[in-house]
Design a binder for this molecule. Structure first.
Ligand code: SIN
Length: 289
């Protein structure tokens, strides 16, 4: 019997008494229900290989293949390596993924449903695990908006642009990733999504705007759009809406990209290895009406 222990914060829970090597339909249903309820869940102490991770991820839906990254797993292009390890002087993974608030794949026409991140090595200093990941609950953030702001954003579309986050990492955060090529930019044109999203699986009302990718609210003058986005970004990342995930070795973390935004905090050195594998699941097209 799967055990679900809520974090005590606005969102988040830990799931134990589960082995993904022996997952049946009832266990998967319990995991999916916990994800829908808590927004982000950590499956404790998992010892699985890449095949099991990909097969488990596929139970949530179609997997994204990250075309802009050089760090796909050689056997499974759907698996991306997030790592600060090097081999023969070369990076083996993306070392600075997600270091700013964002919702994965909001820049796609079919946005991200969930992301799944498996911790194979976590950085430890003086007995403390470093590299926490923060999550903010967009259902709670929406509910807490002033009524006049709810009215201003209802029915509006916002633009999400992959290049915003990527360029910002290079320009403002010292990332060593190579600049996007024209072909990569053309492959990821900006897309539009409702600012107030009815969650495609649960029907919950969520604020759907993230500092990483959202660039513009359509139908408003630019200055007003900038001002409103600035307000929404500050509002949705208030402490009261946040869960801080402190990693344990062999955690598998699953988060809902429609009802949460997240940010990797970094803060570990190159000689403190962090090595993880990630998959990203798309929302089912039939649910995006
Ligand atoms: C991500 O945003 O997918 C990465 C999160 C992390 O590495 O903590």
């Amino acid at each position: 019997m799967v055990t679900v222990t809520p974090s005590g914060a606005a969102l988040g829970a830990r799931v134990s008494d589960l082995d993904l090597n022996r997952l049946d339909d009832a266990m998967f249903a319990a995991v999916e229900a916990a994800l829908h309820r808590h927004g982000v869940i950590a499956l404790s102490d998992q010892h699985i290989d890449e095949d099991v991770l990909v097969a488990f991820s596929r139970r949530f839906g179609k997997l994204e293949i990250n075309v802009t990254s050089a760090f796909q797993h050689p056997k499974h292009p759907e698996l991306l390596i997030l790592s600060n390890r090097t081999r023969d002087g070369k990076a083996v993974g993306l070392a600075d993924a997600g270091q700013g608030w964002h919702a994965d794949n909001s820049y796609n026409r079919l946005p991200g449903r969930a992301s799944i991140l498996y911790a194979l090595e976590v950085p430890v200093r003086d007995g403390q695990v470093l590299g926490d990941t923060l999550f903010a609950d967009m259902r709670v953030a929406y509910k807490a908006l002033p009524d006049d702001v709810k009215q201003r954003i209802e029915g509006r579309l916002a633009v999400h642009d992959f290049a915003k986050f990527y360029d910002d990492m290079i320009k403002n955060k010292g990332s060593k990733r190579p600049p996007l090529t024209d072909t990569q930019r053309a492959a990821r044109p900006p897309v539009q999504h409702p600012l107030v999203m009815r969650h495609p699986y649960t029907g919950d009302t969520c604020l759907y705007a993230d500092p990483g990718y959202t660039t513009r609210i359509l139908g408003l003058p630019e200055a007003e759009s900038d001002q409103l986005l600035e307000f929404l970004f500050a509002h949705e990342t208030r402490d009261a809406f946040i869960y801080r995930h402190k990693w344990r070795l062999h955690d598998i973390l699953i988060w809902d990209n429609c009802s949460t935004i997240h940010m990797a905090t970094g803060g570990y050195r190159p000689d403190e290895p962090r090595h993880m594998m990630r998959t990203q699941v798309q929302v089912d097209a039939a649910r995006m009406q």
